[in-house]
Design a binder for this molecule. Structure first.
Ligand code: MLT
Length: 267
């Protein structure tokens, strides 16, 4: 399905009975809503799932045809999510699940419209902003992606995404999917992440129930990071997913879906 937001076509899918608890699943970088499909297979019968592609990813346009240089930020992705729920007529509060970059978007959504959120799931993400070194790396990655295509980022990310025990075919499949993404969408997201707000002070403002979940072998956003976040959020719990790296929904979908199901049922 497509929603027109800021004159931009944003693609999304819905699964499950709309009368059930609504769950918005926000993907990480450089991925698309497809990363949630193993979770959809497991939870689609129990909840009303909304799975968008952030602008510039998958089937979503990056910017309107008449404004191709529209500035993209994490805040804009969050505004898109709020606008999407409005367009869907979704006026109930939702469980919002953000993985990694999706977590950055979820923090922003919390700051902008906490009343829309009945439960927050921060999966394999971090609260702090980019360091100057990280920002420089992002700028270099932007130059590389624009000059050489997305394969450069896919090659850099693929080895970091999965646990050392992951099947080589899994890495190969996801590397190919990442490499097929639009270079301008990927460059815009790198710029957005480099410029994102620090969410450390937001943690103590999170008053809804929260699940912090992380793969035990996540080297992008390690368990220690997740533990620090969880300790700063009042009504929270931490689940560590065994045998998973940065993408537990793909690598250990049963365990991830179990953790999510228990949390959603509890909110
Ligand atoms: C992600 O998985 O979304 C990214 O690794 C996040 C980041 O690069 O900060």
């Amino acid at each position: 399905m497509k929603a027109i937001i800021d004159r931009t076509a944003i693609s999304y899918d819905t699964f499950g009975d709309r009368r059930r608890i609504g769950v918005l699943l926000i993907h990480g970088f450089p991925l698309t809503g497809d990363m949630w499909m193993p979770v959809v297979e497991r939870l689609g019968g129990e909840f009303a799932l909304v799975v968008p592609d952030l602008r510039g990813f998958g089937r979503s346009q990056l910017a309107p045809d008449d404004d191709p240089q529209m500035p993209i930020s994490i805040a804009r992705y969050a505004d898109d999510m709020a606008a999407l729920l409005d367009l869907m007529g979704e006026d109930r509060s939702m469980v919002v699940v953000g993985l990694s970059m999706g977590g950055y978007v979820a923090f922003e959504l919390w700051r902008r419209s906490a009343d829309r959120i009945r439960g927050l799931v921060l999966a394999d993400t971090r609260a702090d902003a980019d360091s100057p070194v990280k920002q420089r790396e992002r700028r270099e990655a932007i130059d590389q992606v624009l000059a050489q295509g997305t394969r450069a980022v896919a090659d850099a990310m693929a080895p970091k995404l999965f646990s050392p025990r992951a099947a080589p075919e899994l890495r190969a499949t996801w590397r190919a999917r990442m490499a097929a993404l639009d270079r301008h969408g990927v460059a815009a997201a790198l710029r957005a992440m480099a410029g994102r707000a620090d969410s450390t002070s937001t943690l103590s403002t999170i008053t809804c129930p929260a699940l912090v979940v992380v793969g035990e072998d996540d080297e992008v956003t390690p368990v220690a990071e997740a533990r620090r976040m969880q300790q700063a959020i009042a009504l929270s719990r931490l689940d560590v997913i065994a045998g998973a790296g940065h993408l537990p929904p793909i690598e250990q979908p049963d365990a991830f879906a179990r953790s999510l199901r228990e949390f959603i049922r509890s909110v």
